[in-house]
Design a protein around this ligand. Structure first.
Ligand code: F6P
Length: 325
């Protein structure tokens, strides 16, 4: 019987984490369970940074980006000593179960912890702007980040058109091209470079030439930060001199994509998954990541979630081929 649930946010923050915290706390209260928040992810678990959360404490946060609990990538939690301290703190506060909000690093940490301390139940909620988690169509934060990137591309287009310039716009995505692919399609980019597909600079040069010859006044190349040809500056350098566009500019969107008020989609997804996490814990489930596939809530064991990566949709890649001219 679960009586007390803890919630934490870990890894890179993503818009919608607050909506998820709110949902977990209010669902727990709804079922008569008490709830506490852990500050700074697993690090706060080790250092005993626990705060009591009730329904009112999470009022007014559904629209806020970032995370009221703070987040961290804890090195100490990778050590057995750190995990032992974390377990002792959980026991001291009578915590029976945890909802962990984060990406695959967060779920890997949870998996190792559970193999050592099986009496604490853990359920994961996917939160990452990269959207590279296997087992869910969408991770919390991706939709907001995608729209932020698209709006930036739209703005860049205005000035690029005015000056007949070529822009390289670097978007986030260390290992995955989800933001690049969709923001590139939505922003009408002339080329999109993603880590999943080998970049051929000669081919890119030809593509730029084609774009220029078709009297395109501007040209935008969206580059995922993890592209195999390197960062946007490196690619722009390699293209310089070979490109028909005389004026080249580079914009790195960076952490702008991580902040900001979550979109309606992310708020609803976060609210849904937060409730589902509490439901799963009450039903005695553990070591699973929740997700949304189609319109349905799904569950996937941590082992599977951390073993695989979500693949880019072949259909979207084909669209990219057809539309980037
Ligand atoms: O959360 C994922 C992510 O935003 C990646 O896209 C990016 O490479 C990384 O985090 C940046 O991490 P940090 O905030 O530590 O610089």
């Amino acid at each position: 019987m679960i009586k007390k649930i803890a919630v934490l946010t870990s890894g890179g923050d993503s818009p919608g984490m607050n909506a998820c915290i709110r949902s977990v706390v209010r669902a727990a209260n709804f079922y008569g369970l008490s709830c506490i928040g852990i500050k700074q992810g697993y690090q706060g678990l080790i250092e005993g940074e626990f705060v009591h959360l009730d329904a009112r404490a999470v009022g007014g946060i559904v629209s806020k980006g970032g995370t009221i609990l703070g987040s961290a990538r804890s090195k100490d939690f990778m050590q057995a000593e750190g995990r032992k301290k974390a377990y002792k703190n959980l026991k001291k506060h009578d915590v029976d179960a945890i909802v962990v909000c984060g990406g695959d690093g967060t779920f890997k940490g949870a998996s190792v912890f559970m193999s050592e301390y099986a009496d604490i139940s853990i359920v994961g909620v996917p939160c990452t702007i990269d959207n590279d988690l296997y087992g869910t169509d969408y991770a919390i934060g991706y939709d907001t980040a995608l729209n932020t990137a698209m709006e930036a591309i739209d703005r860049i287009r205005d000035t690029a058109d005015a000056h007949n310039r070529l822009f390289f716009v670097e978007v986030m995505g260390r290992d995955a091209g989800f933001i690049a692919l969709r923001s590139g399609i939505a922003g009408g980019a002339e080329a999109i470079l993603v880590p999943e597909i080998k970049t051929d600079l000669e081919e890119l040069t030809q593509q730029l030439l084609k774009s220029h010859n078709s009297r395109n006044s501007s040209c935008i190349v969206v580059v995922a930060e993890g592209d195999d040809a390197g960062h946007a500056y490196k690619i722009a350098d390699a293209i310089k001199g070979k490109s028909p566009y005389e004026d080249i500019r580079i914009v790195v969107l960076g952490h702008i994509q991580r902040g900001g008020s979550p979109s309606a989609f992310d708020r609803v997804l976060a609210s849904r998954l937060g409730i589902a996490a509490v439901d799963a814990l009450i039903a005695g489930k553990s070591a699973i990541m929740l997700g949304q596939n189609g319109h349905k809530i799904s569950e996937l064991p941590f082992e599977k979630a951390i073993k695989h990566h979500q693949q880019l949709s072949p259909y979207l890649l084909q669209m990219m081929e057809m539309l980037t001219i």
